[in-house]
Write a protein that binds this ligand. Structure first.
Ligand code: NAD
Length: 510
């Protein structure tokens, strides 16, 4: 086994970015950051608490109340955000190398995520100049229009899987619409988040508009959730954390957008293009190390093709190249953190009693240390098994047979989650009817997860609250004030003007 190379420019200290400056925590606290391929500490990151969040929110508030950002023309903000995209593109190799090192992602997949981060900025920079809002006319009486306004300081809380891209997915629409932000990145992966400050400053984003506070969820995250001057929170993470944040935000009646966990089904019918279905379902769970919210981690296969498909699936899983994150040949690398590795390994042990192990099953021999897990497949897994019901968030697939469309749908819907679903069939009618029957925010027919940024992104049931994507993100990050203009007489009853005036009546509002 070759030893991983540390990427150039790796810092040993990771700071917050508050009011245009990189700073340590007020109390000087820091936490260790690990290299997932070795679990050696490679850096120390500032551990934010209430005091740091207070400073960041104060800076963001000042930038919102008194600064130019919310008052710029959309075109001006758009130009700056395109400059952000240019800079991210220009630094994509560096971003990918750091992300791959910090999160344990295979380098080729980290490169794709860096490009997607740039694309998120381009997309929302374009969208905000194309923004149209409704006007409503009541002929001769009233003209009503929607006055869209930024809302203030957005609190953005993000997970460790593809962290830089996830951060961009929230930063871009929040900023494009004129808000200022405080970002709390995931504590397992603070490295690439530390690049944002320099990128925004160079692109011309004014001081205080973007603030990044590192730290633990229960400290920095919690302080942001409960801060009185943060009216909206966009959160991506586990469903359980979403419940805690929902409860903590309730006393403040904050606006919430939540992208949560998943246990998505991939349904393979016997009339599908089985070669294509095999490619897509293997990629669907093992890409990004299986640390993917939309992973098709429950593969449901029609019984007539079941044995053959399981055999081919297991063979492919056994042939997946497990390697160092930095190696371009690697297909699955190291899980993000030893705690997460331990969780995934517990599920693999449990799986031995819940299904039939046909591939993987633990740590690959070539990697005695670090968070490496062999791509693992359990077949014949019943719907009541915990490995069928619970999100493992690692390179672990479960396969379950079904007989007909009704059973496929019942199995697909048999968990608390409803994020994504994938259906493989060559029957057009079946494809649309099954898609309609699945309780999931997003369904892909004969495809793995290929995004169109204009479409709604989000889950149902325990997988989320609200949708972002396209204009839905713009809606979340703005207030839509209705302004009503009278074009005629005011239509008020003349209270206090005497009985005669009263008798003249009034025309009710429309
Ligand atoms: P997590 O819930 O543990 O943490 C997410 C973020 O929340 C982190 O920044 C964390 O520090 C913070 N946090 C934790 N407790 C908090 C609290 N009490 N108050 C405020 N903030 C708190 O999730 P994770 O392990 O980082 O990410 C993996 C999860 O994210 C998986 O469940 C995955 O499915 C989900 N995910 C969902 C989507 C989606 O779009 N639906 C996308 C990516 C990941």
């Amino acid at each position: 086994m070759t030893i991983a190379q540390r990427p150039p420019g790796l810092p040993s200290r990771i700071q917050h970015y508050i009011d245009g400056s990189y700073v340590d925590s007020v109390d000087g606290d820091a936490f260790d950051v690990l290299d997932p391929a070795t679990n050696e500490v490679y850096a120390s990151a500032a551990a934010g608490t209430q005091a740091d969040i207070d400073l960041a929110v104060a800076a963001a508030r000042h930038a919102f109340d008194d600064g130019p950002w919310p008052r710029l023309q959309p075109r001006q903000r758009s130009r700056i955000l395109h400059a952000v995209a240019d800079l991210v593109e220009a630094r994509a190799d560096e971003v990918a190398a750091l992300e791959s090192f910090d999160a344990g992602l295979p380098i080729t997949q980290a490169q794709g995520q860096a490009r997607r981060a740039a694309e998120n900025f381009r997309f929302f920079a374009d969208l905000v100049v194309a923004q149209v809002d409704d006007a409503f006319k009541v002929p001769g009486r009233q003209l009503n229009y929607v006055n869209r306004k930024p809302r203030g300081v957005a609190g953005l809380i993000t997970p460790w899987n593809t962290p830089f891209m996830q951060e961009s997915w929230k930063l871009a629409p929040a900023l494009a619409t004129g808000n200022t932000v405080v970002l709390k990145p995931a504590e397992f992966t603070p490295l690439t988040a530390s690049l944002w400050g320099a990128v925004f400053a160079e692109a011309g984003v004014p001081r205080g508009v973007v603030n990044v506070v590192n730290g633990l969820g229960e400290q920095a995250g919690d302080a942001l959730v409960k801060h009185a001057h943060v009216p909206m929170l966009s959160f991506t993470g586990e469903s359980r954390t979403g419940q805690v944040i929902f409860a903590n935000a309730a006393p403040h009646l904050k606006s919430l957008s939540m992208e949560l966990g998943g246990k998505s089904p991939a349904i393979v019918f016997d009339d599908a293009d089985l070669d294509a279905a095999l490619d897509a379902t293997v990629f669907g769970v093992f890409s990004l190390n299986g640390e993917r919210c939309t992973a098709g981690s429950r593969v449901l296969v029609q019984r007539s093709i079941y044995d053959d498909f399981v055999e081919r699936y297991a063979q492919r899983a056994r042939s997946i190249v497990v390697g160092l994150p930095s190696d371009p040949a690697t297909e699955v690398a190291a899980l993000v953190h030893p705690e997460h590795f331990a969780k995934v390994m517990r599920y693999i042990e449990l799986g031995a009693s819940e299904g039939r192990l046909v591939a993987g099953g633990g740590r690959p021999e070539a990697f005695p240390t670090g968070n490496f897990v062999a791509p693992t497949v359990f077949a014949d897994v019943p719907a009541n098994a915990r490995i069928f019901q619970e999100e493992i968030f690692g390179p672990v697939a479960v396969i379950t047979p079904f007989d007909d469309d009704a059973e496929a749908l019942a199995l697909a819907n048999a968990t608390r989650y409803g994020l994504a679903a994938y259906v493989y069939t060559s029957d057009l009618r079946r494809a649309h009817n099954v898609a309609n029957g699945i309780d999931a925010g997003m369904v892909w027919l004969n495809s793995n997860n290929v995004r169109d940024l204009r479409t709604p992104f989000g889950g149902v049931k325990a997988s989320g609250l609200g949708h972002e994507g396209g204009y839905r993100s713009i809606d979340f990050y703005t207030d839509q004030q209705a302004v009503h203009i009278n074009l005629d007489q005011t239509h008020s009853m003349r209270f206090g003007a005497g009985a005669e005036a009263m008798a003249q009546g009034f025309v009710p509002g429309t």
